[in-house]
Design a protein around this ligand. Structure first.
Ligand SMILES: Cc1ncc(COP(=O)(O)O)c(C=O)c1O
Length: 237
């Protein structure tokens, strides 16, 4: 075995650059300890991923350039103080690359008003294409898509179609008052941990994934069919 370097990953959706700086310092210290104790200067330092993205207008996220500048400065200073050469640096900022690039479109189905509580609309997806709200209460920005909505707004909650209490796409969000059957709803920043954590919960087929921009579009992942979902089933007899 040849040990090429050290790797760390302190968490995901981290929004304080100071936390990454603390981790980088600890890793540089460890590189120094490895050299001092074993006489080996490792070739690679991987500082993992975790840089957060904005899910709501209030989220304050450091620019990726500011994050990179601070980490590079920290690593250089820490290594220089220990007389270590800078190893190959690697980063794994998954969510911050693909998260903001994704947007989920749902079709609104039926709705209901629960007297004195809240107004619900249902959509044709939910926890099978985006598990995060059901798994740990993640919140998203939701907006109507498809046609201008000049009227007023009302507070809605948006339910998925999986027949589970936790299958809620968004709670208490402002949407057009006349939102109803057939309308399109857009949920922002679903490019990370959406498709990758998707499932065939209740044997639902996964939706199509489309790359769109500059007036053109192409399919990235085909819409699953019921035959796809059943394709591993083995018939008896
Ligand atoms: C080892 C490792 N690297 C990178 C990542 C990506 O993290 P993020 O998408 O938050 O940047 C993860 C996710 O948990 C991880 O476990």
């Amino acid at each position: 075995m040849h040990l090429t370097g050290l790797h760390c990953h302190i968490g995901s959706q981290v929004t304080a650059t100071d936390d990454f700086v603390m981790a980088a310092k600890a890793m540089c210290r460890l590189l120094g300890e490895v050299r001092d104790r074993h006489g080996v200067e490792l070739d690679e330092l991987n500082l993992g991923g975790g840089l957060g993205i904005a899910y709501s207008a209030d989220d304050r996220i450091p620019a990726i350039t500011a994050y990179a500048d601070r980490l590079l400065t920290t690593v250089r200073d820490e290594l220089a103080a220990r007389n270590l050469a800078t190893p190959r640096l690697a980063f794994e900022p998954g969510r911050s690359i693909v998260g903001p690039a994704g947007l989920t479109l749902y079709r609104v189905g039926t709705g209901k008003q629960v007297a004195g509580l809240r107004r619900w609309v249902s959509v044709d997806g939910g926890m099978s294409d985006n598990l995060r709200p059901a798994l740990y209460g993640a919140r998203y920005q939701v907006a109507p898509a498809g046609r201008p909505r000049p009227g007023g707004t009302a507070e809605f909650s948006v339910a998925g179609k999986h027949c589970e209490t936790g299958d809620v796409v968004a709670t208490d969000v402002d949407l057009p008052d006349d939102l109803g059957d057939g309308d399109l709803l857009a949920v922002a920043a679903t490019g990370a941990y959406g498709y990758a954590m998707s499932s065939n919960y209740n044997r639902l087929p996964r939706p199509v994934m489309v790359l769109a921009g500059d007036g053109s579009a192409r399919v990235l992942v085909h819409r699953e069919t019921l035959d796809d979902v059943l394709s591993h089933d083995v018939a008896l007899g």
